[in-house]
Design a binder for this molecule. Structure first.
Ligand code: AMP
Length: 465
């Protein structure tokens, strides 16, 4: 078995971050699962400082709607961060491109997001990169904020400082962040407003909140009603969004205002209800605003006072009120008394995958080779650049509508005697990835296996590092 350390085996890759992959680790005897963020310092020497700050902040946090930090392990060329495993995948997977989701679901996730952001701000922490890709879901469909790579402390001992660093993901960034300096809280609240638009409409309203962006100016000037995404929204959600996406941070509503708003407190019907939810007029695609320019950018990183410098950090006991299911053998992962890192040759049969409820995958009727052939053909016909590696992973690259790179991967694996085609975003806009997935799926419609599929808890699938 491919083990990370004694007793802990690798599961599948959960995703890709700015500095490396995130992998699932499973405890052989207890079955407990932990997400492990891997940072390759040889490839990204600049990441050392970022990881130090990220973990120093993340370790302070304990909230039901924030991914729990368990600890980290430092090796000369690698950093490993151990996190609560969010098995429900990314919130992005629940958003249907150009449609969104039901008002009931959007409200549930938005309430959890606001509750987590309120907690963060109560600790003096600004996240600064709130977006659906950084909102994960657990097995009970509860939202968990993740990725504190750009987070910072803006209030300490009651004293608030203004922030200077321009950072975030452009379509989610508040206008004042681009101008600087800015207050932390209204900037995070702005990003929550953009997330709410994405949840309710399945699209982002603009590339960036700057005067040069016509879609933003249309919004600012109040002449937006006949345009998408706004015309998809009902009056009460639109009223809340107007209060949040207010250009001036001092007039923008606060968390308390959001919690009192009628859309926030309204009781939506759960299943089958379309109250407050209007499907888009699909005939008018001309007005769909092009929305993808997900550039994560950072210019400077002020050092955080009081940051820890030790290489191995075990701080479980420091977290008062810590109450999440914490793996019993987490210390095995954190301690680094000897080089236990046993990355070995790929072992297809011995690795495990815990399936997340991702929408970007399907089973097919065809055999493995035929499936690869069909997929590659379809991708070539759509002018994608494809590269296949030794493990059979197909890397698919192209540019999105905004001429930003979009890279995703397809793994074709045998599972329970059936062939699964599994797509995962590597780089670029999550919504655009979903749109591309829907198109590719439609091209393979004739070979897709229909009907309910039983998902095994753990199955051998993936190629290891
Ligand atoms: P990050 O490096 O934090 O941006 O993570 C990259 C991707 O890995 C995310 O978008 C998720 O899809 C996945 N991921 C990160 N952390 C976790 C976690 N705790 N549980 C499950 N998946 C995760």
């Amino acid at each position: 078995m491919t083990e990370f350390v004694d007793g802990w085996i690798f599961g599948h890759t959960l995703g890709e971050g700015a500095y490396g992959e995130v992998k699932l680790l499973l405890n052989k005897s207890t079955g407990e699962a932990v997400a492990m963020k891997m940072i390759d310092l040889e490839k990204h020497p600049d990441a050392r400082q970022t990881v130090r700050k990220e973990t120093a902040i993340h370790r302070m946090l304990s909230n039901p709607n924030i991914v729990q930090y368990f600890g980290k392990r430092s090796e000369p060329n690698m950093e490993y961060i151990f996190l609560e495993y969010a098995s429900g995948g990314e919130l992005f997977d629940r958003i249907e491109p150009d449609v969104g989701m039901s008002a009931w679901e959007a409200q549930k996730y938005f309430r959890q997001l606001i509750s987590a952001v309120e907690y963060l701000h109560s600790k003096g922490v600004a996240h600064r990169d709130l977006k659906p890709e950084n909102l994960l879901l657990d097995e009970n469909d509860n939202l968990k904020i993740s990725d504190f790579g750009l987070a910072t402390i803006y209030r300490m001992q009651g004293k608030e400082r203004c922030l200077e660093r321009r950072c975030g993901t452009l379509p989610y960034v508040a206008p004042e962040v681009l101008l600087r300096p800015y207050h932390a809280e209204p900037a995070d609240i702005w990003s929550c407003g953009i997330i709410l638009v994405a949840l309710l409409a399945g699209e982002l309203p603009w590339d960036q909140s700057l005067a040069e962006c016509p879609e933003y100016m249309t919004w600012r000037n109040g002449k937006y009603m006949s345009f998408t995404p706004w015309r998809k929204l009902d009056n009460s959600s639109l009223s809340l969004i107007r209060n949040i996406l207010t250009h001036s941070p001092s007039s923008r509503c606060t968390i308390q205002d959001i919690k009192r708003h009628r859309w926030f407190v309204k009781k939506f019907q759960k299943a089958g209800s379309i109250e407050g939810y209007i499907r888009p007029d699909e005939t008018d695609s001309r007005q769909v605003l092009e929305d993808e320019n997900l550039t994560r950018f950072c210019l400077s990183q002020p050092e955080l006072p009081g940051i820890e410098t030790n290489t191995v950090q075990i701080n479980l006991e420091e977290r008062a009120g810590f109450s999440f299911s914490q793996p019993a053998h987490i210390e095995d992962l954190l301690l680094c008394t000897q080089v236990q890192n046993k990355f070995t040759q790929p072992s297809q049969q011995n690795t495990f995958q815990r399936l997340v409820r991702r929408m970007t995958r399907f089973f097919v009727k065809t055999e493995l080779e035929e499936t690869v052939k069909r997929l590659i053909n379809s991708l070539n016909n759509e002018s994608y650049t494809c590269r296949i590696n030794d493990c059979g992973t197909i890397t698919i690259s192209s540019m999105d509508r905004r001429k930003m790179p979009l890279v995703f991967k397809a793994n074709i694996v045998e599972m329970d005697g059936k062939i699964l085609v599994d797509f995962r975003l590597s780089k670029g806009c999550g919504l655009e990835f979903k749109r591309r997935f829907v198109k590719i799926k439609s091209l393979l419609e004739d070979i897709i296996l229909k009907g309910p599929v039983t998902w095994p808890i753990a199955v051998a699938t993936e190629c290891m590092p």
